[in-house]
Ligand binder design. Sequence first.
Ligand code: 5GP
Ligand code: ZN
Length: 113
Amino acid sequence: MPDECVFCRIAQRQLPVELLYEDAEFVAFNDANPMAPVHVLVIPKTHFASLLDAADSGLVGRGLLAVTETARSLKLDASGFRVVVNCGADGGQTVPHLHFHLMGGRYMQWPPG
Ligand code: 5GP
Ligand code: ZN
């Protein structure tokens, strides 16, 4: 868990960020630069640089369950939502700590661009 990783610092409660969801392995919080009315990041407390580094399929699956749990708690289950994992340069990943974007509150265009 690199000291300089902002998402590790959020997960370890070293930064004053409101958590929308927390379990033993994951936390969720609002994206600082939201691209939708609801734009939440769900991250593992353990540092993985990207989806490519998260070789534990169980952890990845539980991460998606944390996303759906967060979506339900935010009342997105009726209207629907989008889950995005950007990976690497072409994927548009800017923070090198695995995170699931949970986006909702408006219709999501496809393709995303
Ligand atoms: P990526 O581009 O890596 O898929 O997504 C990174 C996301 O993290 C971006 O949507 C960006 O707005 C968000 N972000 C970056 N730094 C911070 C931060 O310090 N706090 C919060 N809440 N979000 C951040
Ligand atoms: Zn990290």
